[in-house]
Design a protein around this ligand. Sequence first.
Ligand code: EPU
Length: 432
Amino acid sequence: MATIHKAKENPMKLADRKLLIRGRTARSGRVTISGAKNSAVAVLPACLLAEGTSILQNVPDIADVAVQREILESLGAEVSDGDQPGELRLSVGDVDAEVPYALAKQLRGSVLLLGPLVARKGEARVPLPGGCAIGSRPLDLHLKALRELGAEVEIEHGHIAARARRLVGAEVYLDFPSVGATENLIMAATAAQGTTVVYNAAKEPEVVDLANFLNAMGARVVGAGTDTIKIEGGRELRPVEYTIIPDRIEAGTYLLMGLAGGGRVTVENVIPTHLEALLAKLEEAGVELTDGGDYISARLEGRPKALQLKTLPYPGFPTDLQPQLSAFLLLANGTSVISERIFEDRFGHVDELKRLGGKVEIDGRTAVIDGVESLTGAPVTATDLRMGAALIVAGVAARGETLIDGVEHILRGYERLEEKLTQLGVACEWVE
Ligand code: EPU
């Protein structure tokens, strides 16, 4: 097999390679966590709300951000790398209102252009988005929210077409605390006349990060992080410099990868409270944890204890860590029961995990995992982002080699993957 050592990890160029993991090689390691993907893909579109140059720090160098950046450029914004790693400079003048299909289909977060474009231009044409195949992922709440602010919104020719001569503040109740719908609504409401109140709003840290960014720009968004958010619209927004929060899902993923390998793992540059649900479950599984304020160390003697859990909106257990935790529990002592309550079809990892010897049965939206004593490496294929991360967790825990195909899905959300795995003590390399 031809191997490529120390290839520079350009997320676009590595996509046609495979990742080879040599399991059970992990020593102790430390990983520095990057900026949050799901904050960055919301804050980038929010930059369109103010003319001038905004500077973002701690932006992760991942494929989803690269696509979101290309979308902004296609609309007329100028985006360049700053002097520091993770710095982006976004210069915004007049912008187009139509998002190109070729870019939007690559990324679920492209739908987050809807709110800012309607706010800035009074119109938007955004293709129905792409992204991970984890269920039907409707957009009804995004559309309802914009309509309640007075926009006319239609789905035509595969696009969401929204038009509003003026937006007017309204009280909007979301039937489900959707992250994306809350974000689109907050962004649109900054341009609405009067006050908007969002009931049953999403409370995820990425929603709070977006609200903090908008407030730094001069908006007045109050209550983000609770289930009622108020936006006083119509204030003039100005460009700002802003630092994106650390990625809680990346942090949780590396904790699980390190623990799966049997070493002591430390994740640095994290906000531990954002990881409370995972940390509680890890403790229940027998993991010894140290909360260092901006780092977390974890260590496990022997096999984890089996767990029962449900994914829920924040502060519940995040669906974006469910596949990785499921992979970790393949080796648990006992039977774990995992119930997926956010997405209807987020068990794509299960069949691939079985190739490594995992014993998992699916019953509707519940996975029952019978812990085994050992896993064996195998060739596997990722078809979505967190499934890919789960395959790495299992590969790190398995004896022998695991060759992971479909790496392009993993690079959508994990920056400098091989480098960080190596820092964790995992033996891995890219192969042609
Ligand atoms: N939903 C609706 N109608 C809507 C919107 C959502 O029924 O109009 C449903 C969805 O079908 C789903 C649930 O509500 O069952 C949650 O969806 P939500 O809108 O909260 O998710 P999202 O905004 O599409 C973001 C993240 C996801 C993460 C979810 C849940 C971004 C770009 N994506 O998606 O991240 O899983 O919130 O926390 O912020 C990932 O990073 O791997 C990922 C998939």
